[in-house]
Structures are given as C-alpha cells and as structure tokens.
Ligand binder design. Structure first.
Ligand code: FES
Length: 116
C-alpha cells in the first residue's frame, strides 16, 4: 500500500448553476477556497493538507459545501471566516467543527431555512 500524498484533502465546491438556482459559486465558494489556500500557506501546512476546487457535490442549497477526506466529513454554509477554525480545530487538532457539519440526507434537512 502506498502512503497518501496528503494527510487531508479539502474539496470546496465552486460550481455555478444556471437560472438562479442555489449554488456554491453564488454563495461564495471561491472565496472559501482562496481562504483555505492562503491559510494553509500561512501555517506552513501545504505539504500535509491540500485544498482543491470541486464541482457540484449535490448539496447545492447548503453551500458553500466542503468535504474533507479521508475522514469524509462534510461542512455546509462555510464562510471565509470559518476556515481558520476548520483548519485549527479539525485538521490540526482532530475535532470537527460541529456547528458547520452537514448532516442532511436527500430527504431530510436539519438546517434552518432549508437545505438540499
Ligand atoms: S453547487 Fe455546490 S454542491 Fe451543488
């Protein structure tokens, strides 16, 4: 078995959907991605943790949507101001940020204002 290149891989949806439908692009996904990249760089973590742009993750109304592997932890409604907390609490200290966790399934939403 090979060693993974990165300890954590962060995928940030920046997908844009047509005709005014909810999407992570409109919700600010690109700004979240840029904050992850800058913050990882500032903390000297780019050799261990990678942040990539993602296409639609099928949680469009909860955007910007973020998923982190290999743990498979999903976050929704992430703002640039949340990024440092995700890095410090989850990626460095191993404690996911509960208030941002995306717990929805396709038939049930637990977020105020609706979801996917
Ligand atoms: S547009 Fe981001 S999850 Fe669909």
């Amino acid at each position: 078995m090979t060693t993974p290149r990165f300890e954590h891989h962060i995928f940030v949806c920046t997908h844009e959907r047509d005709e005014g439908r909810s999407c992570c692009s409109a919700a600010g996904g690109l700004a979240v991605l840029e904050r992850f990249r800058n913050s990882l760089r500032e903390r000297g973590l780019t050799a261990r943790i990678r942040a990539n742009r993602s296409g639609c993750l099928d949680a469009c109304s909860c955007g910007p949507t973020v998923v982190i592997y290999p743990a498979g932890v999903w976050y929704g409604g992430v703002a640039p101001a949340d990024v440092d907390e995700i890095i410090d609490s989850h990626l460095v200290s191993g404690k996911p940020v509960e208030r941002l966790l995306l717990r929805c399934s396709t038939d049930k939403c637990d977020r105020p204002g609706g979801c996917c």
